[in-house]
Design a protein around this ligand. Sequence first.
Ligand code: HAS
Length: 544
Amino acid sequence: FSKKEARLYMAFMYVTFISLFIGGLMGLLQTLVRSGKYTLPFNIDYYTILTVHGVILGLVLTTYFIIGFQFSLMGKTVGISDKQLKVAWLSFWVMIVGTIMTAVTILVGEASVLYTFYAPLRAHPAFYIGLALVIIGSWIAAFVNFRQLYVWKKAHKGQKSPLLAFMVTINMLMWFIASLGVASSVLIQFIPWSLGYVETINVLMSRTLFWYFGHPLVYFWLLPAYMAWYALIPRIIGGKLFSDSLARMSFILLLMFSIPVGFHHQLTEPGIDPTWKFIQVVLTFMVVIPTLMTAFSIFATFETTGRKKGYTSLFGWFKKLPWKDVRFLAPFIGMVAFIPGGAGGIVNASHQMNALIHNTIWVTGHFHLTAATTVILTFFGITYWLVPHLTGRRLTPKLNKLGIIQTFIWTIGMAIMSGAMHIQGLLGGPRRSNFSSYAGGEQVQMWVHYQLAQAIGGSILFIGILLMVYLFIQLAFFAPRGVEEYPIAEEEADAEPTPKILENWYLWVGITIALILFAYTIPVFDILKHSPPGSVPFDWPIGR
Ligand code: HAS
């Protein structure tokens, strides 16, 4: 990379790791408060802390890491022109202005509305305007990426696009189509309502528009991890990409099936016809297919690589994977965590079982396995080579060892915290709740032990965060100068040629839009037709 490019990609990384520190600290405070052994100082509200945690880690950290990492992938595979670089910086600054507005509004206690900002909870208008700016900034980044691929395609007529550039384009297309939902809700519903131009808000519509965005949001987090699993990890283990076509096909399926599924977050909500809930649940289960394709493909890569190296016994190839290389180990543990995490997702999406776990802390356990372990450990795994590559430094054996320790600390902390959350959820323990004895009750007595376990897990995780921030600072500023590889895997020599149809964007985007219209048109008309009078705001703190 040129210095100019590296500076842009690193700018996104700085925001990521500052967010990790702030958001992680808030997470620690929450588990401590919920244990009942600690109260927040200076009258700070539990929901302010919870909102900072969710927004900073779920929305800010993820978006900045993903956009920065994806820019680097595009730069490496299709290149970036000076003009595109300038527009990319514009996207960064628009996002920064939005992030600061949102963060300040939350920190002064004017937006304790959680990261889902469900109506009728109402925040100060600056919160919504800040969010709108973050979304607009990310759209600018998306269009830079689309332009990068377009320019490359024009210069390489008839050639298939580089796999990673194709994957980034899919992820940004999904993000763009999905964020239209939340952007319209923010612009049409929340901003006028928070400014006092309208008195009431259609709660069901706002939640529907949020979840139209909210599920693809989690896939927006997951797909960059898949990019690493498919096309980078094979190189790290000394192998090749298993199948270019399979990788592209699974990304296309994820684009098609990640969006028309938001109702699986609204299964308990009245006002949506059960037929449409059923249809969206069926579509949800379709998302499992590309995920299982991914699992198959990764294992196939592991095995083929090992066998090529001459390990013939049944599992010899598995034993010889580079377990001592943190660039492999951290994402691998992320993959393993996705087995229980994904199984939990299937429980969530099954209507009857959803009735048991909805709004319990089981759900929090689910996304700490999927987002905070599978995705984040893969992002850490990427950081170990991306940051030194950008700063012209090296991941030394000592830093690699510290990275392995970090990975184990994270795994142990998360296993304790997320495990306790799952069990407490099955016992009915609510999510998003301050410590309370709920006026006594036998069941409540059982929750306390699990809440304590969460505080222990949360404390271990915070140590992991401190170590990760230390590693980031070392890799960015102090590690010895040198060259760190940007590991892009080549395709197997005997691979079948990739069918041209996989790059027919009109077809795949067309099917995606058709599926969205099918899954959402009638329910949205229903919501508008039977629209309740709307809800008046519920300002925070209550009674203000
Ligand atoms: Fe989820 C709630 C359903 C995946 C994140 N989810 C959430 C929330 C978040 C979230 C943040 O249906 C909370 C939202 C809120 O605040 O209210 N989720 C699913 C389903 C999947 C799923 C069906 N979720 C994710 C991913 C996330 C994520 C990924 C973040 C990155 N989720 C739900 C539902 C709810 C929900 C409901 C709402 C609950 C409620 O009532 O509120 C599926 O995509 C999962 C498919 C995955 C698999 C696993 C495949 C395994 C693989 C690993 C391979 C391993 C290898 C290594 C190769 C079927 C790919 C093996 C090594 C060995 C040694 C064996």
